[in-house]
Design a binder for this molecule. Structure first.
Ligand SMILES: [Zn+2]
Length: 178
């Protein structure tokens, strides 16, 4: 890593700190020639994920667009910006791990809902109403019922893991076109 002041290539690391939820490392360095200090970031190279939209068109996954959508759904719910960014970080990692290079926009939507359900019911319903394109009050009621049944299932069950599995199956059945 070249010193930005004198272009010397050797430096020593003064401090290393994990940032962005462990996805990058920030290093404070000191140039071995001129003594200037500078900061470098080391991060995981993400495989580009392309998103298949409802109309079949593809676009590359846009982290800031996802964050904007979530921020809108979470307005006045008291969830901090830092928490929202952490959710987006988690979703990004999940996309990398689970889907590889291609993911449908509805799969992303369901991932977001799974996170929001744990944060705020208001945010959950708001996000669902936008991305599932609610047609009327009936869709709202169905989503609320779904939310309620999920919540009571969690209370009733000793195994949260089991619920996560059931939820995935439910989600899959919703998404399967009939
Ligand atoms: Zn230097």
């Amino acid at each position: 890593m070249r010193c930005p002041y004198c272009q010397h290539t050797e430096s020593r690391v003064l401090e290393s700190r994990s940032t962005e939820g462990g996805q990058s490392v920030r290093r404070r360095r000191e140039c071995l020639r001129c003594g200037h200090r500078f900061t470098t970031y080391e991060r995981i190279e993400f495989v580009p994920v392309s998103v298949i939209k409802r109309d079949g068109k593809r676009e590359s996954f846009d982290r800031s667009k996802l964050l904007r959508g979530i921020v809108r759904a979470c307005e006045k719910t008291g969830i901090t910006q830092r928490r929202l960014e952490a959710i987006v970080d988690e979703i990004e990692v999940q996309l990398q791990q689970k889907f590889g290079r291609e993911v449908s926009s509805s799969e992303i939507g369901e991932l977001v809902l799974r996170h929001l359900r744990q944060e705020s019911e208001v945010a959950y319903v708001r996000f669902a109403s936008v991305y599932r394109k609610f047609q009327g009050i009936r869709d709202f009621v169905e989503t609320l019922d779904h939310l309620k049944s999920q919540s009571s299932a969690i209370e009733a069950s000793e195994s949260v893991q089991q619920n996560a599995l059931e939820e995935q199956e439910t989600t899959a059945s919703i998404m399967t076109p009939s």
